[in-house]
Write a protein that binds this ligand. Structure first.
Ligand code: NAD
Length: 501
């Protein structure tokens, strides 16, 4: 196959005005943390970007206290219409600084600039616009006449969509009248700290939004803090499980958005051209660092050969390299730890008998990279069919009947998302009805909209983000729940998996 040559088209970094050191954002201002600072590096070059503060327990205390003061004195007393004005202001500032945010995100996370520019940052603005519109309509949210905010929300997010996950957390919490303390992931703190500058620019009352940085220990201190009323976590299932244990027996309202192992089901009557693009987008978007990634392709046996051949041809045209190059399709893996995990699980896939195919591409000398990879001959018992690889690795399985497709699709501990490709609307509806997944796409994949609730079944967590459901997670009917740890609560809370749907 011959390819068109593309001249590099790197996005300039001149728009960035980064500091060499970043402190914690508490009570409206930046201050140094008391923990050991750490470096944020570019995963594409391994070059140092900035030194970031670590929040220790005393810093977490200060951040929660600032959020509590802001809640009591200003934010919970403000009208919904006024809160909405602040959120609209944030949304507009995100749009104004969108190019800078996209460059910072690609630099720090390793994702291609065309994704941060065209997907992440526009969705961040959309999330704030959407929830700004809810702020003065809470009485009409279907939660009774006087739904009340919860108080202080502790929010912990992962590294795969740093700014977008921040928006998913902060926008509905503030719209509902809560104040927040948010901790970004340790490998991607940069855009959360730029967001803190936007909070200052928007003139939000001090303490309404606090951003504290650090690793797991900071997260533990935050979600375990006695004076937080809500815990919203997005990340891995093992950490989600630990958080569920730590909040059991408290009054904290919890949402857990965890891992996934989505089935992307392609029937033999599917529009194949679109399906190939959808499969590629489903698993190779954001290097496969996507909780709802279509990491298991279930293809009807009669078209298996054709689909796999066409996928290989398509993958051979993807360009891997500099995340800041506008031509780049596959950027860098976010960290060396994640690269090790992808490599280990891929080796296990081969050892268990699956057939490995990797697209030919030049791997840059520095940084963390993994070429797009497909495994065929995969069976449902293989670890690459059960565990989240969280990288650009697709496992291909086959099926003969819709019933077999459904049984295989549901055969994982997760239940976050799924895709169905077919010409027949009736088949799509019938299959979707039987899939245990919170989000199901039909003849498309990885589409996100702030009006649409998102969340999982089983080990993918509980609670929903987005839409009316997303704001309901930050509201209660009646008076705010204070104190968070009620002395009267003696029994551990029963956590029912998938109870939200
Ligand atoms: P992770 O669970 O390792 O870390 C997530 C965040 O939790 C980080 O900020 C981390 O510092 C913090 N943390 C770590 N240990 C903690 C603890 N004991 N208590 C409190 N906080 C702690 O996950 P990750 O590797 O950053 O992210 C990848 C995972 O996130 C994948 O499993 C992916 O599927 C999931 N994810 C889910 C969704 C969703 O909406 N369901 C969206 C994006 C990512």
């Amino acid at each position: 196959m011959s390819f068109l040559e593309y001249a590099p088209a790197p996005e300039s970094q001149a728009i960035l005005n980064l500091r060499s050191e970043y402190g914690l954002f508490i009570d409206g201002e930046f201050r140094e943390g008391h923990g050991t600072p750490f470096a944020s590096i570019s995963p594409a070059t391994e070059k140092h970007i900035a030194t970031i503060s670590t929040a220790d327990a005393a810093d977490v205390d200060a951040a929660v206290a600032a959020a509590r003061r802001a809640y009591d004195r200003t934010w919970s007393r403000m009208s919904g219409a006024d809160r909405g004005k602040y959120l609209f202001r944030i949304a507009r500032l995100v749009q104004e600084r969108s190019r800078e945010l996209a460059v910072a995100e690609s630099l720090d996370n390793g994702k291609p600039i065309k994704e941060s520019r065209d997907v992440d940052v526009p969705l961040v603005a959309a999330w704030f616009f959407y929830y700004a519109g809810w702020a003065d309509k809470l009485d009409h949210a279907g939660l009774g006449a006087n739904p009340a905010s919860l108080g202080v929300a502790a929010q912990v997010i992962p590294w795969n969509f740093p700014l977008l996950m921040l928006a998913w957390k902060i926008a509905p919490a503030l719209a509902a009248g809560n104040t927040v303390v948010l901790k970004p992931a340790e490998t991607t703190s940069l855009t959360a700290l730029l967001f803190a500058e936007i909070v200052q620019q928007a003139d939000l009352p001090p303490g309404v939004v606090n951003i504290i940085t650090g690793a797991g220990a900071t997260g533990v201190a935050l979600v375990g803090h006695d004076d937080v009323n809500a815990v919203a976590f997005t990340g891995s299932t093992p950490v989600g499980r630990a958080i569920a244990k730590s909040v059991a027996g408290t009054n904290k309202k919890v949402t857990l958005e965890l891992g996934g192992k989505a089935a992307n089901i392609v029937f033999d009557d599917a529009p194949i051209d679109q399906a190939i693009e959808g499969i590629v987008n489903g698993i190779f978007f954001n290097q496969g660092h996507v909780c709802c990634a279509g990491s298991r392709l279930l293809v009807q046996e009669s078209i298996h050969g054709e689909v796999v051949d066409r996928l290989k041809a398509r993958l051979s045209t993807l360009r891997l390299g500099d995340p800041l190059d506008k031509n780049t399709d596959i950027g860098a893996i976010n960290s060396s730890a994640q690269l090790d995990r992808i490599r280990a699980l891929s080796d296990i896939g081969e050892a268990e008998g699956a057939e490995r195919w990797t697209a030919e591409c030049t791997i840059p000398e520095n940084g963390f990279w993994f070429a797009p990879t497909i495994f065929t001959n995969v069976s449902t018992s293989h670890r690459i069919a059960q565990e989240e690889v969280f990288g650009p690795v697709l496992s291909v399985l086959t099926f003969r009947t819709p019933a077999e497709a459904i049984a295989k699709a549901n055969n994982t501990p997760f239940g976050l998302s799924a895709g169905i490709w077919s010409d027949k609307g009736s088949r799509i509806l019938a299959v979707a009805d039987k899939l245990r997944a919170g989000v199901i796409w039909a003849n498309t994949f990885n589409r996100f909209d702030p009006a649409s609730p998102f969340g999982g079944y089983k080990e993918s967590g509980y609670g929903r983000e987005g839409g009316r459901h997303g704001i309901a997670s930050y509201l209660t009917s009646g008076t705010p729940a204070r104190p968070a740890v009620a002395a009267a609560v003696t029994k551990p809370k029963t956590v029912t998996k998938g109870a939200t749907k």
